[in-house]
Design a protein around this ligand. Structure first.
Ligand code: GCU
Length: 574
């Protein structure tokens, strides 16, 4: 799904502003016709989660209603006009001028509606009903699992923020337009090869001009297109390949013309790189790569899970400071702005769907599989052209269940069909689903020996970790990523000898795990849990509703472990 763009044929505006907002405590909005407008609202910031913007009703997960007004921008009246929501959590129903234009289930992934026939020149009234409640038949589910028994009740360990959490875009495209692009790159010696598949709104004959430029290099080709799907391949001699530390990007511009008149154009960044699994190694551009980094969350005080550009910049600067080269988008797709910056900064991403806490109970199996297939399609459609995305993670910590293997076999096949170029995995929890490693190209394990098991006994913990990693590699002969390992740490809490919750224990925990990981040639990644402390539901194990496993605090201040990892990963101590 292409991101809207501004050029001489296309335009977009963001409807980011203060909208009118109202909680629907009695769920009477649908009955009372709020889609035509509602009274007694209050201002709310869009984009952002609603939960921490107000002093009261933080834990009310909906339904709630948003409304705003806008006019049709000058010159759009002869073009197609669409509206795009980059993320609404969890279920969105949308009306324009009192007419239903659509519904979307699932947060963290964009959806759009064509409103060309509904939009007026002036005074357009947009109304959105958002339901953030988690139920057994949704993904992520909340079956009020006694395992967690947290509040708000979830089947996962992060706060269920909700609302219009990323920008809402109004955009125009030509009536005959480029609808989608799929870029695949390969390498032959010093030559880069860029294959561009183009999907158009129709199949009328056109001429398509492709220009690939970077620092004075300009590789171009021109083809006649006479159907909706076409493709072109560009060969780049002495290409600049994309990799961490050298994120060389080209601009690929595609223009459609007829009888000498250009009528559409789209430009996107292209990184020429390859990713593959060979034996017990993960190869980037044919060379073994080791992933050093973190599991994370999109989380910040007040904004919740809303888009926060300054925090995105801050977190990338922290990862560069510490010497990390990668992260997993645990446990849902992150913003498109975050992905674009990863391309520019040369950060590698394991891109994860919102499937966390799956239980595979037969009562919800089919619905969960349907939603996970939808999310997998939407995620790959959104992120397939990012050189930074090197792997798809189909889920986090699926529960062990005899039906899991059938579930993941179908998801794996779908993902491979949609994108045969990237390795596929899911993050396994201790005693979690393991038979489905069969359908992974790389094995990802979240392990907490020394925290949830063998508490405070790091020697025993590392012995068990080492044995288990050897056993997993012997059984599956696939590279392994330690996708989560970490210890809760109260900032400023110290103990000698190191005790659980002290900064010293977090340093000992991480350094001992890293020693084990470094001793295994088949361990190709180490992702510490977590980059930062983050908000979660209330629980007797989560003081203040915070998960304190961050190496930085929630407001991004370093704990001792941050300095320790910087020394380990970057060799720097200043
Ligand atoms: C799990 C889970 C995380 C959670 C972590 C923890 O591995 O994947 O979402 O936060 O454990 O318990 O801290």
């Amino acid at each position: 799904m292409l991101y809207p763009q501004n050029n001489r044929f296309r335009q977009f505006i963001e409807l980011s502003d203060f909208w009118d907002f109202r909680f629907d405590f009695d769920d009477k909005g649908l009955r009372d016709g709020w889609e035509k407008g509602f009274e007694n609202g209050q201002p709310i910031a869009v984009p952002a989660s609603w939960n921490e913007q107000f002093a009261e009703n933080r834990d009310f997960l909906g339904p709630a209603w948003y409304q705003t007004h806008f006019s049709l921008p000058w010159g759009w009246d002869k073009h197609r006009v669409l509206i795009r929501f980059n993320s609404v959590n969890y279920l969105a129903d949308v009306w324009l001028n009192g007419e239903k234009i659509g519904q979307h289930e699932g947060g963290h992934l964009p959806f759009k509606f064509d409103i060309t026939s509904q939009i007026k020149n002036e005074g357009n009234h947009l109304v959105v009903r958002v339901d953030g409640n988690l139920t057994t038949d949704r993904v992520p589910p909340s079956d009020h699992n006694l395992l967690l028994a947290n509040y708000p009740p979830t089947n996962f360990d992060f706060y269920p923020f909700c609302g219009i959490q990323r920008p809402v875009l109004l955009y125009s495209i030509p009536n005959e337009a480029i609808i989608d692009l799929t870029i695949n790159t390969s390498i032959e010696g010093k030559t880069g090869i860029v294959n561009a598949k183009v999907e158009r709104s129709d199949g009328n004959p056109v001429k398509a001009q492709f220009n690939l430029t970077r620092n004075g290099t300009n590789i171009s080709t021109e083809i006649e297109m006479d159907n909706r799907l076409s493709e072109a391949t560009l060969r780049v001699p002495n290409a600049s390949f994309w990799a961490p530390g050298a994120p060389q990007l080209y601009d690929l511009k595609i223009e459609l013309s007829r009888n000498g008149t250009t009528f559409d154009s789209y430009t996107l960044p292209v990184g020429i790189r390859t990713i593959s699994v060979e034996g017990d190694k993960l190869l980037l551009n044919g060379k073994p790569i080791e992933l050093l980094g973190f599991g994370r969350h999109e989380d910040f005080p007040v904004i919740g899970r809303g888009l926060m550009p300054a925090v995105i910049i801050k977190d990338y600067s922290l990862m560069q400071w510490i010497g990390a080269n990668s992260f997993r988008t645990s446990h849902y797709p992150y913003s498109e702005q975050m992905m674009d910056l990863a391309d520019q900064l040369g950060i590698l991403i394991i891109d994860e769907t919102p499937a966390v806490g799956l239980t595979f109970h037969k009562t919800v199996f089919d619905r969960h599989l349907e939603l996970c297939k939808q999310y997998t399609k939407e995620l790959i459609a959104r992120d397939k052209n990012h050189p930074s995305v090197i792997m798809w993670s189909l889920a986090n910590e699926p529960h062990q269940n005899i039906n899991a293997k059938m579930f993941f076999e179908q998801l794996y096949d779908l993902a491979k069909k949609l994108d045969s170029t990237r390795p596929i995995t899911f993050a396994n929890m201790h005693i979690g689903e393991e038979r489905s490693f069969k359908f992974c190209d790389i094995v990802c394990v979240n392990r907490y020996y020394g925290w949830y098991l063998e508490r405070a006994k790091m020697d025993k913990a590392c012995e068990l970790l080492s044995k288990e990693l050897d056993k997993l590699y012997k059984r599956y002969s696939k590279p392994i990523i330690l996708s989560e390992f970490g210890a809760g740490t109260i900032p400023g809490w110290h103990a000698n000898p190191p005790e659980m919750w002290s900064e010293e224990y977090q340093v000992e925990f991480l350094s001992e795990y890293i020693k084990v990981a470094n001793s295994k040639p088949f361990v190709v990644g180490q992702h510490v849990w977590n980059l930062c402390d983050f908000k979660t539901s209330q629980h007797d194990r989560r003081m203040g509703g915070i998960n304190y496993k961050g190496v930085f605090t929630r407001d991004r201040r370093p704990k001792m472990a941050a300095h320790h990892l910087r020394k380990l990963w970057s060799g720097k101590t200043d």
